[in-house]
Ligand binder design. Structure first.
Ligand code: NAD
Length: 298
């Protein structure tokens, strides 16, 4: 069996000072990638900053015989995002892989959530992923190759109490991933998202203690490495991953109910058919979805 290697590949991993990002960085570096270890080094809610976490991970990679450089820039500003990509270009001459992983939490029940708490969480997850990808995109397009891995969450895909900001951001990343998959296709750029569960500082107070041993970050990083590898041609998809299990998560549309001139009461009376799940469709573009509605009229 041939080992999947990343020799001569350059990877940017945001939020790589702790938890999942740290594990992704170590995994890719171990397989030969040159890594930009980006981390602002703040607290879980995004306040403060420190060069320590990114430096520690880069040092560990170097000590293990790999190649890494540190970036302590903020993903959520255009200048920070541009500087992260420039760090890769300056140190290694190119960028091939972007893993958008940096994230923060500001959990509050919906009625208590402030505008700032909403904006800050979207800024790091959505704006940050957009900005870093945007800065890398011209390089990826020019070389006709790129792999992007975004970090969604089951909280976004399925909803979670107290996380209106976070779940909005994480579902937003699904839309970004799907459109990047479409727009990057012709330039050899593939974009996918993961929805992980792992024991990190973000989840240690939420998950039962017995999860620590089984929900290790390393059990997420192997999928990230596969999605970041040239042999993986899949694009625009989302994967649940944790504790050794990996599953495709797809956005599906039910078969639907159709009656051209319907009343409000017709909708009430046909609610069961509208809610039906089988046989579902999984459109991969807006065009495919619109086509399904048109076909239903024929
Ligand atoms: P973590 O707190 O250990 O790691 C997040 C890292 O992002 C931190 O090192 C932090 O310093 C960095 N960061 C935060 N804001 C930044 C910014 N503006 N610029 C650069 N770096 C910044 O948490 P984690 O669990 O490893 O989370 C990694 C990603 O996985 C996040 O996007 C998170 O939302 C997502 N996620 C985690 C889980 C889980 O179970 N741990 C579940 C679903 C999604």
């Amino acid at each position: 069996m041939t080992e999947l290697r990343f020799d001569d590949r350059v990877a940017i991993i945001t939020g790589a000072g702790h938890g999942l990002g740290r594990s992704h960085a170590l995994t890719l570096a171990e397989r030969g990638a040159k890594v930009v270890v980006n981390d602002l080094g703040g607290t879980l809610d995004g306040t403060g900053s420190s060069a320590g976490p990114a430096a520690e991970v880069a040092e560990l990679i170097t000590k293990n015989g790999g190649e890494a450089v540190v970036s302590t820039h903020d993903v959520a500003t255009p200048e920070g995002a541009a500087a992260i990509v420039q760090t890769a270009i300056d140190a290694f001459g190119k960028v091939d892989i972007v893993v958008n992983n940096a994230g923060i939490l500001r959990d509050k029940s919906f009625g208590k959530m402030s505008v700032e708490e909403f904006d800050q969480v979207l800024a790091v997850h959505v704006r940050g992923s957009f900005l870093v990808t945007r800065a890398a995109f011209p390089h990826l397009k020019e070389q006709g190759y790129g792999r992007i891995v975004n970090t969604s969450s089951p909280a976004g895909l399925f909803g979670n109490f107290g996380q209106a900001n976070y779940s909005t951001a994480k579902m937003g990343l699904v839309g970004l991933t799907k459109t990047l998959g479409i727009e990057g296709a012709r330039a050899g750029i593939r974009a996918n998202a993961i929805a992980p569960i792992a024991w990190t500082r973000m989840t240690e107070s939420l998950l039962p203690a017995e999860f620590e041993e089984r929900f290790t970050p390393g059990r997420v990083s192997a999928l990230v490495a596969y999605l970041a590898h040239e042999s993986c041609e899949t694009s625009g998809e989302v994967f649940s991953v944790g504790a050794g299990r990996i599953a495709r998560v797809f956005v599906a549309e039910g078969p639907g109910w159709r009656q051209e001139d319907h009343t409000v009461e017709d909708i009430r009376d046909n609610w069961q058919a509208i809610m039906a799940e089988q046989p579902y469709l999984t459109p991969t573009t807006l065009g495919e979805q619109a086509g399904a509605s048109l076909r239903a009229m024929l």
